[in-house]
Structures are given as C-alpha cells and as structure tokens.
Design a protein around this ligand. Sequence first.
Ligand code: B1M
Length: 211
Amino acid sequence: MAGIQEVYDLVVKGKSKLIGAAVQEALDAGCDAAEILNKGMIGAMDEVGEKFKNGEIFVPEMLIAAKAMKKGVEVLKPHLASGDQGALGKVIIGTVAGDLHDIGKNLVAMMMESTGFEVIDLGVDVPKEKFVETYQANPDTKIICCSALLTTTMPSLKDTVALLNSSDFRSNIKVMVGGAPITQAFADEIGADAYTEDAASAAQKAKELAS
Ligand code: B1M
C-alpha cells in the first residue's frame, strides 16, 4: 500500500517531522496499524541496519531513523493499544547493561500495557542489580522482561538472568527475554522462563504466564 511505503521511506530517511502525518494518512486510508508497524517501520529499520552493516550509513543516520520511528509509533500507539491497563498485574522491563537499543523494548512495553499489564520501564543500559531492586520495591511484580539487541550484550543478559535465578524471590516471578540475537536455545541455556520473537507474542506469552 502506498501509505505504508511512504512511512517506510520516511523512517529510512529519518524524517521525524514528516512521519507523524504520513502515519496518520496511512491510518486514514484504512491501513492496518500492525501492518504499518511491521512492514512500514520495523521493515524500514531492517533496511537501516543492512545499510549500516554495509558501510553505506553510520551511527548518526541510525539514530535519526530511530528518532523518526519513535515519532511514528507515538501516532500509532492509540491504534495498537486496547486499554484495560494494569488489570493483569505488574511487569518490569529494561534493556540490559551495555545496550542502548530501546525501540523493540518500548514496543514490548506498549503491547504489554495494551494487554492489561502495568509496566515499570527501567529504560536502557540497566544494571542487573536494578532489576532486583525494582522487584524488591514492587514485590507484587509478576514478570521481569529483559531485552538485548547486540551479540556483545548477550553475556549481560545471561548475567542478569543468573542474578534473578539466584534471588530468593525467583519462584514468585517469571523471567522473559528477547531481542534480535536471542534464540529459544539461548533462553533455555541461561534459564529464562520464556523467549518470544516479537512484541505482540511477548504480550500474549506474558498473559499466559501471569494467569
Ligand atoms: Co544498533 N545495531 N548499534 N543502533 N541498531 C543493530 C542492532 C545491528 C544489528 C545493526 C547491524 O549491524 N546490522 C548491530 C548489532 C550487530 C550485532 O550485535 N551482531 C548494531 C550495532 C553494531 C550497534 C553499535 C555497536 C554501532 C556502533 O556504535 N558501532 C551501537 C551499540 C550501542 C549500544 O547499544 N551500546 C549501536 C547503536 C545504535 C543506535 C543508538 C544508533 C540506534 C538505537 C537507537 C534506539 O534504540 N533508541 C541503533 C539502531 C536504530 C539499530 C538498528 C538499525 C535498528 C534497531 C531497532 O530499533 N529495530 C539495528 C538493526 C536492526 O535491528 N535491523 C541495529 C526495530 C525494533 C522494533 O526491533 O529492537 O529487534 P528490535 O525489537 C524486536 C524484537 O527483537 C523483539 O520485539 C521487537 C519487534 O516486535 N524484542 C523482544 C525486543 N526486545 C524484546 C524483549 C522480549 C521479547 C521480544 O521479551 C522480554
């Protein structure tokens, strides 16, 4: 669809000022919000990542593409969310220490919220102890979610899950992990309760685990 292609192109080019209107136009033209997200925005970020890998663009261009995507998601959010906030309990989420990528983590947080969880978002570069401290301050938390986007921060994810696994509250929570380099095999190896590939399935899995 033309509307989705426009969104895609604006994310790749990092056009933050134009993206909001383009997303709204795509919605007005009847495009599905999930399709705008998946094909228009996440697809565009994949192209940005490819271009970076091939040396065609550099970190600043990745950053402005990320900024454009965030602006676009703001417009999309009410169309992806379905309300009922907090009814399913608390979830703590963060991107692990050493890792600054937050778009995927933010999408997981948004989908969890729209499924009915209250989300405590710790942001990026979160020291493993912070997950523990936040649980201790919120002992009614049901799930702790950790995101990692770099192969170099997979060990940090492993350390975070190890700390959670050794905590005295481990049996009270479920630990979920995800992010582009993470696999089910890695999640099993480090002792997480669940791995999901994308934000929508993370929210679905969380609902299953919390009930
Ligand atoms: Co970075 N980066 N980056 N980057 N970046 C990647 C990840 C990379 C694949 C690009 C590439 O080379 N092709 C590559 C990693 C290679 C590797 O590890 N093997 C890379 C690199 C190398 C780097 C730097 C090292 C570059 C440098 O400085 N030389 C550096 C590291 C900084 C750091 O973190 N310490 C870096 C920096 C950055 C920016 C800051 C410039 C920017 C991030 C801005 C931000 O997030 N605010 C950036 C970006 C934008 C990217 C790409 C292009 C896009 C990431 C993204 O937002 N994707 C990325 C390439 C790519 O992903 N194709 C790349 C869209 C997002 C929706 O997808 O985050 O995968 P994703 O989330 C998905 C799933 O993974 C899943 O759900 C989401 C979809 O629904 N998911 C979960 C995520 N977390 C989950 C948790 C769950 C469940 C599912 O449960 C808890």
